[in-house]
Design a binder for this molecule. Structure first.
Ligand SMILES: Cc1ncc(COP(=O)(O)O)c(C=O)c1O
Length: 387
């Protein structure tokens, strides 16, 4: 495990990601069919096992039946982009999410195509949003992504293009094809010249923090948030929203990445975005990203307290522990990328120096984000039955 302690303190982030978007996202998403707050579990057995005071686990394994928090982001951005497109055509007309889902504007949208690159979950969310609104969708996946993730997207009517190489190669390819074909990119990552849509994707993620703020009593405020980083969209969104909700009292914010895809950690170390070439795919597929999202990075560079990297060694054991439950805990379906925080605590367990550098002790109350369930059921079953 590597640790970088960032010289950070709570700073206003509205100039990077306007917090009005957080409320707007919640107002939309809470009205969608099938919406309910995801559970916040208090894992007492796991906390005792890890030598900390409390582990709270925000469990996204059932979110909208898509089994990951990503369903909050991409699908919401699709809805927003369509509404904006139609508003330009029909000024003054209110176009609701339900209008889109009822197919009121199908004819206006018959040539509107959305596209994205994905490791799986984001693409599934975009495909779901497109399916619900009756529009066409193109999803680009790289050869490291499992076929079953491709099938899940195809079942939602999207067309999948497989790209040789890694996530960054698929991103490059979809950008090229989208320009050529006039498709609308709905990306969860942001880069110079492309920040508008990812802000809506990130705003969708903050529904989780909104729910947590209602699920927690004030005296229960965690001391730490351990959150996994891919491109940093999730971590950036939650960091900004946690700062908005709790201000100076915001928990210590620790970003956890796989050591083979540690673009946020490497960037933090030098104080500017650094691209990492992914040579070996991590088991935590959703976190396998070599380049930071510029919005996420701009939030985290001043606000995240710590960046750590973990090996894959504890990922399978962590998934098995979650599936079985420990003592007083019930079993929880936690996919590969969901257990990054648990795996980090397992890796830290016997490392007193590192624990103390992170301010983690037997009194710490730690909030983890269980970002996915069995989104790749074959792999999940193989791992958990093997455990
Ligand atoms: C399950 C899961 N967790 C975490 C992440 C990381 O999110 P981000 O890439 O926004 O950092 C992803 C990204 O795809 C994911 O699928």
């Amino acid at each position: 495990m590597h640790h970088f302690k960032n010289n950070a303190h709570y700073q206003e982030t509205d100039n990077i990601l306007d917090s009005a978007l957080f409320d707007e996202a919640y107002e939309h998403i809470k009205e969608w069919d099938g919406y309910e707050p995801s559970p916040l579990h208090d894992l007492k057995g796991l906390a005792a096992e890890m030598g900390v005071g409390q582990i709270l686990y925000k469990d996204e394994s059932t979110r909208f039946g898509l089994k990951s928090f990503k369903s909050l982001g991409g699908a919401y951005a699709v809805v927003h982009v369509l509404q904006e497109h139609l508003s330009a055509k029909y000024p003054g007309v209110e176009i609701t999410d339900q209008d889109l889902k009822d197919g009121k504007y199908t004819n206006d949208l018959k040539n509107f195509i959305v596209a994205t690159a994905t490791d799986g979950n984001h693409g599934r969310s975009v495909a779901w949003g497109a399916y619900e609104c009756g529009i066409k969708c193109k999803i680009y996946m790289h050869s490291g992504v499992s076929q079953s993730r491709g099938v899940a997207v195809e079942l939602l009517g999207a067309e999948v293009t497989w790209v040789d190489g890694n996530y960054d190669d698929s991103l490059l390819q979809v950008k090229r094809d989208a320009i050529e074909n006039e498709w609308h990119i709905i990306s969860d990552t942001s880069y110079d010249g492309y920040t508008y849509v990812p802000k809506y994707v990130m705003a969708g993620y903050t529904v989780m923090t909104k729910e947590i703020s209602e699920q927690l009593k004030e005296e229960e405020l965690p001391t730490h948030i351990l959150i996994q980083g891919g491109v940093g969209g999730l971590a950036g969104a939650i960091c900004a929203h946690a700062g908005k909700i709790w201000g100076e009292h915001r928990p210590r914010f620790v970003v956890v990445e796989p050591e083979t895809a540690d673009c946020l950690y490497q960037s933090a170390k030098i104080g500017r975005p650094k691209m990492v070439h992914i040579e070996q795919e991590t088991l935590m597929g959703g976190l396998s990203c070599g380049e930071v999202s510029i919005i996420g990075w701009n939030i985290l560079k001043n606000n995240a307290n710590d960046f750590v990297t973990i090996s894959d060694d504890n990922v399978k054991p962590a998934m098995c522990i979650m599936a079985m439950g420990i003592g007083v805990d019930d079993g929880i379906e936690a996919g590969e990328s969901a257990v990054a925080g648990v795996a980090a605590l397992m890796e830290l367990k016997d490392k007193e120096k590192l624990r103390s550098a992170l301010g983690i002790d037997s009194q710490s109350r730690i909030l983890l984000f269980g970002t996915e369930g069995a989104t790749d059921p074959e792999l999940y079953n193989e791992i958990v039955s093997g455990g």
